[in-house]
Design a protein around this ligand. Sequence first.
Ligand SMILES: [Zn+2]
Length: 419
Amino acid sequence: MKFEWLAACAALALVGASAAQAAPKAVAKDAKVWAAAEAARPEQLKLLEQVVNIDSGTGDVDGGRKVAGILAARLKALGFSVESMKAEAEGLPENTVATLKGAGKGRILLIGHIDTVFGPGTAARRPFRMDAEKAYGPGVSDEKGGVVEGIYAMQILHDLGFKDFKQIVFLIETSEERGSPGTQKLIGKLVADADVELNLEPGDLPDKLTVWRKGAAAVHIEVKGRAAHAGIAPGEGRNAATELIHQIAANDGFPKTGDGITMNLTVLQAGTRDNIIPEDAQATYSVRIREKADLAKVMAVVEKNAQTTAVPDTKVRVWRQNPFFPPLPTNPGTEALADRAQAIYAGIGKTISRGGNGGASESALAYEGGIPALDGLGPAAGGFHADTEYLLLSSVTPRLYLLTKLVQELGHAPPPRLK
Ligand SMILES: [Zn+2]
Protein backbone atom coordinates (compact mmCIF):
# COMPACT_ATOMS: atom_id res chain seq x y z
CA MET A 1 0.00 0.00 0.00
CA LYS A 2 1.47 3.45 -0.99
CA PHE A 3 2.43 5.79 1.90
CA GLU A 4 3.26 9.08 0.04
CA TRP A 5 0.52 11.01 1.91
CA LEU A 6 2.53 10.42 5.11
CA ALA A 7 5.46 12.57 3.92
CA ALA A 8 3.03 15.43 3.24
CA CYS A 9 1.69 15.27 6.86
CA ALA A 10 5.20 15.30 8.37
CA ALA A 11 6.26 18.25 6.18
CA LEU A 12 3.15 20.20 7.24
CA ALA A 13 3.85 19.61 10.92
CA LEU A 14 7.44 20.87 10.55
CA VAL A 15 6.37 24.10 8.80
CA GLY A 16 4.01 25.06 11.68
CA ALA A 17 6.60 24.45 14.37
CA SER A 18 9.55 26.35 12.78
CA ALA A 19 7.56 29.53 11.97
CA ALA A 20 7.10 30.59 15.64
CA GLN A 21 10.72 30.78 16.87
CA ALA A 22 11.65 34.51 16.71
CA ALA A 23 13.02 35.49 20.18
CA PRO A 24 10.47 37.77 21.95
CA LYS A 25 11.60 40.77 24.06
CA ALA A 26 12.75 39.74 27.56
CA VAL A 27 10.54 40.47 30.58
CA ALA A 28 12.66 42.15 33.26
CA LYS A 29 13.79 39.76 36.00
CA ASP A 30 11.54 39.82 39.07
CA ALA A 31 14.14 39.75 41.83
CA LYS A 32 11.58 38.99 44.55
CA VAL A 33 10.18 35.96 42.76
CA TRP A 34 13.67 34.75 41.82
CA ALA A 35 14.86 35.03 45.42
CA ALA A 36 11.76 33.17 46.63
CA ALA A 37 12.29 30.41 44.07
CA GLU A 38 15.91 29.99 45.14
CA ALA A 39 14.95 29.97 48.82
CA ALA A 40 12.27 27.33 48.20
CA ARG A 41 14.70 24.86 46.60
CA PRO A 42 15.78 22.74 49.61
CA GLU A 43 12.18 22.37 50.82
CA GLN A 44 11.00 21.71 47.28
CA LEU A 45 13.48 18.85 46.84
CA LYS A 46 12.58 17.47 50.27
CA LEU A 47 8.89 17.33 49.39
CA LEU A 48 9.80 15.75 46.05
CA GLU A 49 11.80 13.06 47.86
CA GLN A 50 8.86 12.40 50.18
CA VAL A 51 6.34 11.82 47.37
CA VAL A 52 8.72 9.97 45.04
CA ASN A 53 9.37 7.46 47.81
CA ILE A 54 5.68 6.54 47.87
CA ASP A 55 4.66 4.15 45.08
CA SER A 56 1.65 5.45 43.15
CA GLY A 57 1.46 3.45 39.95
CA THR A 58 -1.83 3.95 38.07
CA GLY A 59 -4.42 1.95 40.03
CA ASP A 60 -2.46 1.95 43.31
CA VAL A 61 -5.31 3.40 45.35
CA ASP A 62 -3.47 3.52 48.69
CA GLY A 63 -0.31 5.02 47.27
CA GLY A 64 -2.25 7.55 45.20
CA ARG A 65 -4.28 8.61 48.22
CA LYS A 66 -1.15 9.01 50.34
CA VAL A 67 0.57 11.23 47.79
CA ALA A 68 -2.59 13.26 47.13
CA GLY A 69 -3.12 13.67 50.88
CA ILE A 70 0.34 15.20 51.36
CA LEU A 71 -0.10 17.62 48.46
CA ALA A 72 -3.71 18.53 49.31
CA ALA A 73 -2.65 19.47 52.85
CA ARG A 74 -0.07 21.89 51.39
CA LEU A 75 -2.66 23.55 49.17
CA LYS A 76 -5.19 23.76 52.00
CA ALA A 77 -2.56 25.53 54.12
CA LEU A 78 -2.20 28.07 51.28
CA GLY A 79 -5.90 28.91 51.39
CA PHE A 80 -7.13 26.62 48.59
CA SER A 81 -10.49 24.89 49.01
CA VAL A 82 -9.73 21.27 48.26
CA GLU A 83 -12.14 18.63 46.92
CA SER A 84 -11.46 14.94 46.55
CA MET A 85 -13.39 13.77 43.48
CA LYS A 86 -14.31 10.14 42.82
CA ALA A 87 -12.52 8.86 39.70
CA GLU A 88 -14.64 8.16 36.61
CA ALA A 89 -13.36 4.61 36.30
CA GLU A 90 -13.07 1.71 38.75
CA GLY A 91 -9.95 0.92 40.74
CA LEU A 92 -8.47 4.43 40.75
CA PRO A 93 -7.79 6.80 43.65
CA GLU A 94 -9.72 10.07 43.79
CA ASN A 95 -8.64 13.14 41.83
CA THR A 96 -7.87 16.29 43.81
CA VAL A 97 -9.30 19.65 42.76
CA ALA A 98 -7.93 22.66 44.66
CA THR A 99 -9.45 26.09 44.02
CA LEU A 100 -8.25 29.55 45.03
CA LYS A 101 -10.28 32.67 44.34
CA GLY A 102 -8.65 36.03 43.65
CA ALA A 103 -9.62 39.58 42.79
CA GLY A 104 -8.43 39.75 39.21
CA LYS A 105 -9.38 38.52 35.74
CA GLY A 106 -7.68 35.31 34.67
CA ARG A 107 -8.99 31.78 35.32
CA ILE A 108 -5.94 29.53 35.34
CA LEU A 109 -6.10 25.73 35.28
CA LEU A 110 -2.99 23.89 36.40
CA ILE A 111 -2.94 20.15 35.66
CA GLY A 112 -0.54 17.53 37.00
CA HIS A 113 -0.68 13.78 37.47
CA ILE A 114 0.68 11.75 40.40
CA ASP A 115 0.24 8.30 38.93
CA THR A 116 3.36 6.67 37.54
CA VAL A 117 4.01 3.65 35.30
CA PHE A 118 5.88 1.85 38.07
CA GLY A 119 4.56 -1.03 40.18
CA PRO A 120 4.46 -1.54 43.96
CA GLY A 121 7.92 -1.96 45.53
CA THR A 122 9.71 0.23 42.98
CA ALA A 123 10.32 3.10 45.43
CA ALA A 124 11.83 0.73 47.99
CA ARG A 125 14.10 -0.78 45.33
CA ARG A 126 14.99 2.52 43.70
CA PRO A 127 14.37 5.37 46.18
CA PHE A 128 14.86 9.04 45.43
CA ARG A 129 18.49 10.06 45.17
CA MET A 130 20.50 12.97 43.79
CA ASP A 131 23.95 13.45 42.35
CA ALA A 132 25.58 16.74 41.38
CA GLU A 133 23.43 17.15 38.28
CA LYS A 134 20.31 15.03 38.52
CA ALA A 135 17.61 13.69 40.78
CA TYR A 136 16.42 10.13 40.24
CA GLY A 137 13.56 7.89 41.31
CA PRO A 138 10.24 6.46 40.06
CA GLY A 139 8.08 9.35 38.76
CA VAL A 140 10.68 11.94 39.83
CA SER A 141 10.10 13.87 36.58
CA ASP A 142 6.98 12.18 35.15
CA GLU A 143 5.45 13.85 36.90
CA LYS A 144 5.99 14.34 40.59
CA GLY A 145 8.73 16.93 39.94
CA GLY A 146 6.22 19.09 38.03
CA VAL A 147 3.43 18.73 40.59
CA VAL A 148 5.77 19.69 43.45
CA GLU A 149 6.94 22.68 41.37
CA GLY A 150 3.26 23.68 41.08
CA ILE A 151 2.84 23.51 44.86
CA TYR A 152 5.84 25.81 45.39
CA ALA A 153 4.66 28.28 42.75
CA MET A 154 1.43 28.54 44.75
CA GLN A 155 3.51 28.92 47.93
CA ILE A 156 5.48 31.83 46.46
CA LEU A 157 2.34 33.59 45.18
CA HIS A 158 0.75 33.11 48.59
CA ASP A 159 3.78 34.54 50.39
CA LEU A 160 3.77 37.54 48.00
CA GLY A 161 0.05 38.08 48.66
CA PHE A 162 -0.63 37.84 44.94
CA LYS A 163 -4.38 38.12 44.18
CA ASP A 164 -4.45 39.43 40.58
CA PHE A 165 -6.39 36.51 39.11
CA LYS A 166 -10.04 35.45 39.13
CA GLN A 167 -9.33 31.84 40.12
CA ILE A 168 -6.57 29.27 40.12
CA VAL A 169 -7.69 25.65 39.90
CA PHE A 170 -5.05 22.98 40.52
CA LEU A 171 -6.10 19.52 39.31
CA ILE A 172 -3.96 16.63 40.60
CA GLU A 173 -5.12 13.58 38.67
CA THR A 174 -4.50 9.88 39.11
CA SER A 175 -4.82 8.08 35.73
CA GLU A 176 -2.89 10.05 33.12
CA GLU A 177 -0.55 7.19 32.34
CA ARG A 178 -3.54 5.24 31.01
CA GLY A 179 -5.03 8.10 29.03
CA SER A 180 -6.93 9.69 31.96
CA PRO A 181 -9.92 7.29 31.95
CA GLY A 182 -10.71 8.45 35.49
CA THR A 183 -10.62 12.15 34.76
CA GLN A 184 -11.80 13.01 31.23
CA LYS A 185 -15.23 14.39 32.20
CA LEU A 186 -13.80 16.30 35.15
CA ILE A 187 -11.15 17.87 32.89
CA GLY A 188 -13.89 18.87 30.44
CA LYS A 189 -15.79 20.58 33.27
CA LEU A 190 -12.75 22.42 34.61
CA VAL A 191 -11.67 23.53 31.12
CA ALA A 192 -15.12 25.02 30.50
CA ASP A 193 -14.54 27.27 33.52
CA ALA A 194 -10.98 28.35 32.65
CA ASP A 195 -9.14 30.70 30.26
CA VAL A 196 -5.83 28.85 29.99
CA GLU A 197 -4.24 25.53 30.95
CA LEU A 198 -0.69 25.09 32.23
CA ASN A 199 0.52 21.49 32.27
CA LEU A 200 3.23 20.24 34.64
CA GLU A 201 4.62 17.44 32.51
CA PRO A 202 8.42 17.51 32.39
CA GLY A 203 10.25 19.68 29.88
CA ASP A 204 12.14 17.90 27.11
CA LEU A 205 15.91 18.29 26.85
CA PRO A 206 17.88 20.44 26.77
CA ASP A 207 15.32 22.92 28.14
CA LYS A 208 12.16 22.85 26.07
CA LEU A 209 8.51 23.77 26.32
CA THR A 210 6.02 21.33 24.83
CA VAL A 211 3.89 23.13 22.23
CA TRP A 212 2.49 20.09 20.44
CA ARG A 213 1.76 16.56 21.38
CA LYS A 214 0.65 13.63 19.36
CA GLY A 215 -2.66 11.98 19.91
CA ALA A 216 -2.71 8.29 20.70
CA ALA A 217 -4.92 5.40 19.68
CA ALA A 218 -4.58 1.64 20.05
CA VAL A 219 -5.36 -0.05 16.72
CA HIS A 220 -6.15 -3.76 16.73
CA ILE A 221 -5.96 -6.40 13.98
CA GLU A 222 -7.74 -9.67 14.75
CA VAL A 223 -7.57 -12.73 12.55
CA LYS A 224 -9.99 -15.63 12.65
CA GLY A 225 -8.84 -18.87 11.03
CA ARG A 226 -9.67 -22.49 11.63
CA ALA A 227 -8.12 -24.81 14.19
CA ALA A 228 -6.84 -28.27 13.20
CA HIS A 229 -4.47 -30.98 14.45
CA ALA A 230 -0.97 -29.76 13.54
CA GLY A 231 0.18 -33.30 12.89
CA ILE A 232 -2.72 -35.35 11.56
CA ALA A 233 -4.66 -32.76 9.51
CA PRO A 234 -2.80 -29.43 9.32
CA GLY A 235 -4.27 -28.83 5.82
CA GLU A 236 -7.75 -28.62 7.31
CA GLY A 237 -6.67 -25.69 9.39
CA ARG A 238 -6.55 -22.04 8.38
CA ASN A 239 -3.57 -20.57 10.19
CA ALA A 240 -4.56 -17.28 11.83
CA ALA A 241 -0.97 -16.61 12.93
CA THR A 242 0.36 -16.89 9.39
CA GLU A 243 -2.32 -14.53 8.15
CA LEU A 244 -1.54 -12.06 10.92
CA ILE A 245 2.12 -12.09 9.91
CA HIS A 246 0.97 -11.24 6.38
CA GLN A 247 -1.15 -8.34 7.70
CA ILE A 248 1.75 -7.06 9.81
CA ALA A 249 4.00 -7.10 6.76
CA ALA A 250 1.38 -5.24 4.71
CA ASN A 251 1.23 -2.48 7.34
CA ASP A 252 4.97 -2.30 7.87
CA GLY A 253 5.39 0.84 5.74
CA PHE A 254 4.17 3.21 8.43
CA PRO A 255 6.92 5.27 10.10
CA LYS A 256 7.98 4.04 13.54
CA THR A 257 9.80 7.16 14.65
CA GLY A 258 9.76 10.89 13.90
CA ASP A 259 7.55 13.93 14.48
CA GLY A 260 4.79 12.82 12.14
CA ILE A 261 2.43 9.88 12.28
CA THR A 262 3.93 6.73 13.75
CA MET A 263 2.60 3.22 14.11
CA ASN A 264 4.37 0.73 16.36
CA LEU A 265 3.47 -2.87 17.02
CA THR A 266 3.17 -3.24 20.80
CA VAL A 267 1.18 -6.42 21.55
CA LEU A 268 1.12 -9.75 19.64
CA GLN A 269 -0.82 -12.93 20.51
CA ALA A 270 -1.49 -16.18 18.64
CA GLY A 271 -1.83 -19.89 19.31
CA THR A 272 -2.55 -21.84 22.46
CA ARG A 273 -0.70 -25.13 22.01
CA ASP A 274 2.18 -26.36 19.85
CA ASN A 275 0.13 -29.16 18.29
CA ILE A 276 -2.84 -27.03 17.14
CA ILE A 277 -3.03 -24.80 14.04
CA PRO A 278 -3.95 -21.45 15.62
CA GLU A 279 -7.55 -20.34 15.06
CA ASP A 280 -7.08 -16.84 16.55
CA ALA A 281 -4.37 -14.21 16.39
CA GLN A 282 -4.30 -10.54 17.45
CA ALA A 283 -1.93 -7.63 17.10
CA THR A 284 -2.12 -4.19 18.74
CA TYR A 285 -0.42 -1.06 17.47
CA SER A 286 0.22 2.22 19.22
CA VAL A 287 -0.67 4.82 16.61
CA ARG A 288 0.43 8.38 17.25
CA ILE A 289 -1.00 11.25 15.20
CA ARG A 290 -0.37 15.00 14.80
CA GLU A 291 -3.88 15.90 13.67
CA LYS A 292 -7.17 14.18 14.53
CA ALA A 293 -7.87 13.56 10.84
CA ASP A 294 -4.69 11.50 10.54
CA LEU A 295 -6.28 8.57 12.38
CA ALA A 296 -8.95 8.03 9.72
CA LYS A 297 -6.20 7.98 7.09
CA VAL A 298 -4.28 5.31 9.01
CA MET A 299 -7.42 3.25 9.57
CA ALA A 300 -8.28 3.44 5.86
CA VAL A 301 -4.92 1.89 4.95
CA VAL A 302 -5.10 -0.86 7.58
CA GLU A 303 -8.72 -1.67 6.65
CA LYS A 304 -7.84 -1.80 2.95
CA ASN A 305 -4.96 -4.20 3.65
CA ALA A 306 -7.31 -6.37 5.69
CA GLN A 307 -9.34 -7.09 2.57
CA THR A 308 -6.45 -9.01 1.03
CA THR A 309 -5.53 -12.22 2.82
CA ALA A 310 -2.72 -14.66 2.10
CA VAL A 311 -4.33 -17.58 3.93
CA PRO A 312 -7.66 -18.54 2.32
CA ASP A 313 -10.84 -18.58 4.44
CA THR A 314 -9.36 -16.39 7.14
CA LYS A 315 -11.26 -13.32 8.34
CA VAL A 316 -9.45 -10.13 9.35
CA ARG A 317 -11.13 -7.58 11.62
CA VAL A 318 -9.64 -4.15 12.26
CA TRP A 319 -10.82 -1.84 15.05
CA ARG A 320 -9.48 0.96 17.16
CA GLN A 321 -9.74 2.29 20.69
CA ASN A 322 -12.67 4.67 21.04
CA PRO A 323 -12.46 7.39 22.20
CA PHE A 324 -8.84 7.88 21.32
CA PHE A 325 -6.59 10.43 23.03
CA PRO A 326 -6.62 13.57 20.87
CA PRO A 327 -3.45 15.44 19.80
CA LEU A 328 -2.41 18.89 20.90
CA PRO A 329 -1.76 20.20 17.40
CA THR A 330 0.54 23.10 16.65
CA ASN A 331 -1.71 26.11 17.22
CA PRO A 332 -1.44 29.92 17.63
CA GLY A 333 -2.85 29.92 21.19
CA THR A 334 -0.10 27.63 22.47
CA GLU A 335 2.57 29.43 20.44
CA ALA A 336 1.54 32.75 22.03
CA LEU A 337 1.86 31.24 25.51
CA ALA A 338 5.29 29.90 24.57
CA ASP A 339 6.28 33.41 23.46
CA ARG A 340 5.38 34.70 26.94
CA ALA A 341 7.37 31.91 28.58
CA GLN A 342 10.40 32.59 26.40
CA ALA A 343 10.26 36.29 27.32
CA ILE A 344 10.12 35.47 31.04
CA TYR A 345 13.03 33.01 30.74
CA ALA A 346 15.08 35.56 28.77
CA GLY A 347 14.65 37.89 31.75
CA ILE A 348 16.76 35.52 33.86
CA GLY A 349 19.30 35.20 31.08
CA LYS A 350 18.13 31.79 29.97
CA THR A 351 16.90 30.33 26.69
CA ILE A 352 13.97 27.96 26.49
CA SER A 353 13.13 26.38 23.15
CA ARG A 354 9.93 24.70 22.04
CA GLY A 355 9.03 21.39 20.50
CA GLY A 356 6.73 18.44 20.80
CA ASN A 357 6.65 14.72 21.35
CA GLY A 358 4.67 11.57 20.89
CA GLY A 359 3.51 11.33 24.49
CA ALA A 360 -0.10 12.29 25.19
CA SER A 361 -1.21 14.61 28.01
CA GLU A 362 -4.27 16.41 29.35
CA SER A 363 -3.24 19.56 27.41
CA ALA A 364 -4.83 17.98 24.35
CA LEU A 365 -8.12 17.77 26.24
CA ALA A 366 -7.78 21.42 27.28
CA TYR A 367 -7.24 22.40 23.63
CA GLU A 368 -10.22 20.25 22.60
CA GLY A 369 -12.24 22.09 25.25
CA GLY A 370 -11.36 25.43 23.71
CA ILE A 371 -8.58 27.00 25.80
CA PRO A 372 -4.92 27.64 24.98
CA ALA A 373 -2.63 25.15 26.68
CA LEU A 374 1.08 25.17 27.39
CA ASP A 375 2.82 21.94 28.34
CA GLY A 376 6.18 20.73 29.58
CA LEU A 377 6.42 23.32 32.40
CA GLY A 378 7.86 20.88 34.93
CA PRO A 379 11.65 20.57 35.40
CA ALA A 380 13.66 19.55 32.30
CA ALA A 381 14.18 15.81 32.35
CA GLY A 382 14.68 12.50 30.57
CA GLY A 383 14.56 8.71 30.84
CA PHE A 384 10.77 8.67 31.15
CA HIS A 385 9.01 5.38 31.91
CA ALA A 386 12.38 3.71 32.60
CA ASP A 387 14.69 2.98 35.56
CA THR A 388 16.93 5.75 34.26
CA GLU A 389 14.26 8.44 34.77
CA TYR A 390 15.74 11.72 36.10
CA LEU A 391 15.28 15.47 36.25
CA LEU A 392 17.96 18.13 35.76
CA LEU A 393 18.61 19.92 39.05
CA SER A 394 19.82 23.01 37.16
CA SER A 395 16.30 23.47 35.79
CA VAL A 396 14.45 23.26 39.13
CA THR A 397 14.68 26.91 40.19
CA PRO A 398 14.40 28.52 36.71
CA ARG A 399 11.30 26.43 35.98
CA LEU A 400 9.72 27.34 39.32
CA TYR A 401 10.43 30.98 38.54
CA LEU A 402 8.90 30.57 35.07
CA LEU A 403 5.71 28.93 36.30
CA THR A 404 5.23 31.52 39.06
CA LYS A 405 5.69 34.43 36.63
CA LEU A 406 3.41 32.83 34.04
CA VAL A 407 0.60 32.50 36.59
CA GLN A 408 1.09 36.15 37.55
CA GLU A 409 0.98 37.30 33.92
CA LEU A 410 -1.98 35.13 32.92
CA GLY A 411 -3.93 36.07 36.05
CA HIS A 412 -3.50 39.72 35.11
CA ALA A 413 -3.97 39.36 31.35
CA PRO A 414 -5.53 36.04 30.37
CA PRO A 415 -5.51 34.98 26.70
CA PRO A 416 -8.79 34.75 24.79
CA ARG A 417 -10.47 31.34 24.72
CA LEU A 418 -10.07 29.44 21.43
CA LYS A 419 -13.78 28.70 21.33
ZN1 LIG B 1 3.39 12.11 32.45
